[in-house]
Design a protein around this ligand. Structure first.
Ligand code: ATP
Ligand code: MG
Length: 438
């Protein structure tokens, strides 16, 4: 993409209304713009990141055996009356009346809708287990939308729902998601710690929030220091329930809990190794048994012929919140430092002197070669000062920068810079191409 044809409204000053670094950088780097309180437009560069995150989430959901579908944002109030949540949900729900005076709502979550759809489609134990997911915009009229996309009112969520014949099956489905989440966040370059979370009025011990440590996070968290050196999740057979349980047991062996689920005994056992921090909740998984299936009349025929209410779980990931969370975890004083897997472009190609025919020809040529090699490149071909171009590239945080200038042309080299380390090397255009292809 040529920057001369792009929409990238970067700013030097930090916007006054932004309190945390990710929000400031998202505005300064031209990723998003607020269009109403807690509602954001995704500008081209921000959308690229959002799509990359969405793709990783989707790939790991698919790998774990979940099946993608797409449910609408608009829902009918009657659907929510079936579960009794229409009146219970409170002012976070955006209620809307259509032209025929029918009560509608902009979905804050989809338990009711997916339960109704499954009730319509599943007949017997042969139709289970199933895990369905979608990636769809949600609306919650948050009391205090803040921190940009971290706590928006309209936000993109991946939500999955599992249906099993019994609790043991539901636990297996839960464990699938648990491991899928570990893999998902690790691929984004994030360390998200699964923490015991409150299950609310339903009780039980099956709820984990996946928390990225950040001083600006909204959650208070407590954990064993061993988490500071967490390892990459291993490859597992998602169909092997026992193997999966062992992996989950391994990951939950060390203490990690949100404020609501602190455990005095385990904290005492941790002793000096107990850590307290703040964190951002990027995912939440939940087993809630037959709450919705029983309330909404979802029954399937069991092996003995009787009707069984499936055991269900729900599993959310804050896709748009992740954009902010990744920036909180990966930036420096010059701007964003995107992990390779989610970077909007792999390479920022800078022509130092757009007014110099030789520089322009060399930059055009390398740009064409990068494109031919399938390397996503943002090419700063604008007639601007070199200093401004460098500052913009550092701010938007692409993993690699390639700089073409008159001195290098004399020597037959370009400068390749790794954004994360600042390391610079001079090499031929062909060598630079080989390096960024990895
Ligand atoms: P929170 O405690 O942060 O309000 P929640 O418990 O309401 O979160 P869930 O209903 O479990 O969240 O939603 C699943 C995921 O969606 C959360 O883990 C979070 O990453 C994301 N999320 C929830 N609310 C928002 C919001 N207002 N803006 C952006 N992302 C959100
Ligand atoms: Mg909430």
């Amino acid at each position: 993409m040529r920057l001369s044809r792009y929409l990238l409204p970067v700013t030097k000053e930090s916007p006054a209304d932004a309190q945390i670094v990710s929000h400031k950088l998202m505005l300064r780097a031209g990723l998003v713009r607020q269009t109403a309180a807690g509602i954001y437009a995704w500008l081209p560069l921000g959308l690229k990141v959002l799509r990359n995150i969405e793709r990783i989430v989707r790939e790991e959901q698919d790998r774990s055996g979940a099946v993608e579908m797409l449910m609408p944002t608009m829902q009918s109030a009657d659907l929510w009356r079936q579960s009794g949540r229409y009146d219970a949900y409170g002012p976070e729900m955006l209620r809307i009346t259509d032209r025929h005076d029918r009560e509608m709502l902009f979905g804050p979550t989809n338990e009711e809708m997916v339960t109704a759809l499954f009730r319509d489609a599943a007949r017997s134990y042969r139709d289970l287990p199933r895990t369905l997911y979608h990636i769809q915009w949600k609306f919650r009229d948050e009391v205090r939308p803040r921190f940009g996309v971290m706590r928006g009112r309209e936000f993109l969520m991946k939500d999955a729902y599992s249906f099993d014949m019994d609790e043991a099956g539901a636990r297996h489905s839960y464990n699938r998601m648990f491991v899928a989440y570990l893999r998902t966040f690790a691929r984004m370059g994030l360390r998200a710690i699964p923490m015991q979370a409150d299950t609310g009025p339903i009780g039980g011990d099956l709820s984990h929030e996946f928390i990225v440590l950040a001083p600006t996070g909204e959650s208070d968290v407590f954990y064993h220091a061993s988490w500071d050196a967490a390892t990459e999740p291993e490859t597992v057979d998602f169909d092997d329930a026992d193997a999966l349980q062992r992996v989950v047991d391994g990951y939950t062996a060390d203490y990690a809990a949100t404020d609501e689920k602190r455990d005095a005994d385990r904290e005492a056992a941790a002793g000096d190794a107990l850590r307290q921090s703040r964190g951002v909740e990027v995912g939440h998984i939940f087993y809630f048994g037959t709450k919705y299936s029983a309330a909404m009349g979802l029954g399937v025929q069991g092996t003995d012929g009787t009707s069984v209410n499936p055991h269900m779980g729900s599993y959310g990931i804050g896709v748009s919140r992740l954009v902010g969370a990744i920036i909180e975890a990966s930036h420096d004083d010059r701007g964003i430092v995107w992990p390779d897997a989610v970077a909007p472009y792999a390479v920022g190609l800078i022509n130092m002197r757009a007014d110099d025919a030789r520089c322009a020809a060399a930059a055009d040529d390398l740009y064409a070669r990068l494109q031919a090699a399938g390397v996503e490149t943002l090419y700063d071909d604008r007639d601007e000062r070199g200093g401004a171009k460098f500052a913009t590239m550092d701010l938007i945080g692409l993993p690699w920068q390639i700089v073409i200038g008159p001195k290098g042309i004399e020597k037959g080299v370009v400068e390749l810079k790794r954004r994360a380390t600042g390391e610079k090397v001079e090499l031929s255009a062909g060598e630079a191409l080989a390096r960024v292809r990895g």
